[in-house]
Ligand binder design. Structure first.
Ligand SMILES: [Zn+2]
Ligand SMILES: [Zn+2]
Length: 119
């Protein structure tokens, strides 16, 4: 949000208008708990460089980029169900296509043998 003063400044006929930039950085939170285990299996504090003013360098022991919680059972279950649903959907889609092909085949066979006029 711009303040009234900033809006006025932007409207004035200065040679330049100013732009405000917001920088968001992830910094070490001393209250979070150094030993809290990340989804990658390593402690929270391992994701910061103690020699570089606790800069968020990512996990020192693997290629985890940033601390993230371990997925809980509920999340795992949801993921499992999603995979299952997708599989079922794919199967149904393939079945549907197969039926479609069968129908096409039958139609062609009917036309080859003269077929029936009734529909
Ligand atoms: Zn991690
Ligand atoms: Zn790790």
């Amino acid at each position: 949000m711009l303040t009234k003063k900033e809006i006025l400044e932007m409207k004035s006929d200065k040679p330049y208008i100013t732009k405000r930039k917001i920088v968001i950085e992830r910094l070490y939170n001393k209250d979070f708990g150094d030993d809290k285990v990340c989804g990658c299996g390593h402690s929270y504090y391992r994701h910061f460089d103690t020699y570089e003013g606790m800069s968020p360098i990512g996990c020192k022991y693997c290629d985890c980029i940033t601390w993230h919680p371990i997925p809980n059972e509920e999340d795992k279950e949801r993921e499992r169900l999603t995979i299952e649903w997708n599989k079922k959907y794919e199967e149904e889609k393939q079945n549907g296509e197969r039926i479609q092909i069968e129908l096409e085949k039958n139609k062609n066979e009917n036309t080859h043998t003269g077929g029936t006029e009734a529909s």
